[in-house]
Design a protein. Structure first.
Length: 137
């Protein structure tokens, strides 16, 4: 992916997510083949399972928001045809979601999934899927 592609991605999501989130997201929005999308969906499902398990011991985990983001990501990854830029956007959203220690720790902070929701919402909007936008608590 070229620096121009990365700059375009930053512009696409820049008005929706915070500056630190943009940097983390763009760094993870890398070239992704269509054949990799199913594996990304599996990673999301596995991380969601980890979050649900952790929520039993850590009541501060916003498992409901994690479920919304995770399920919506899986829906985005399922059965659509995306161009290279769109696949990179999806990859960035997945990698951001499965990263526990992003802008806010997913498992240690009551608002830990709010940044994940913002990143997801930016990508969903960029892909024309406003119907999947999630609302933090």
């Amino acid at each position: 992916m070229t620096s121009t592609d990365r700059e375009r991605m930053a512009v696409v999501v820049g008005g929706i997510i915070h500056p630190g989130e943009v940097d983390r997201f763009v760094a993870r929005a890398v070239a992704t083949e269509t054949t990799e999308l199913a594996g990304l969906a599996t990673r999301v499902a596995n991380y969601l399972h980890e979050v649900e398990t952790a929520s039993h011991a850590q009541p501060t985990v916003d498992v409901d928001l994690a479920r919304q983001v995770g399920r919506s990501l899986i829906e985005l990854l399922d059965g659509r045809h995306y161009d290279a830029t769109q696949r990179a956007l999806l990859r960035g959203a997945v990698e951001y979601f499965v990263l526990d220690d992003d802008e806010q720790s997913d498992l240690d902070d009551v608002v830990g999934f709010d940044d994940d929701a913002r990143v997801f919402n930016a990508v969903a909007a960029a892909l024309g899927r406003d119907d999947l936008v999630v609302q933090p608590g």
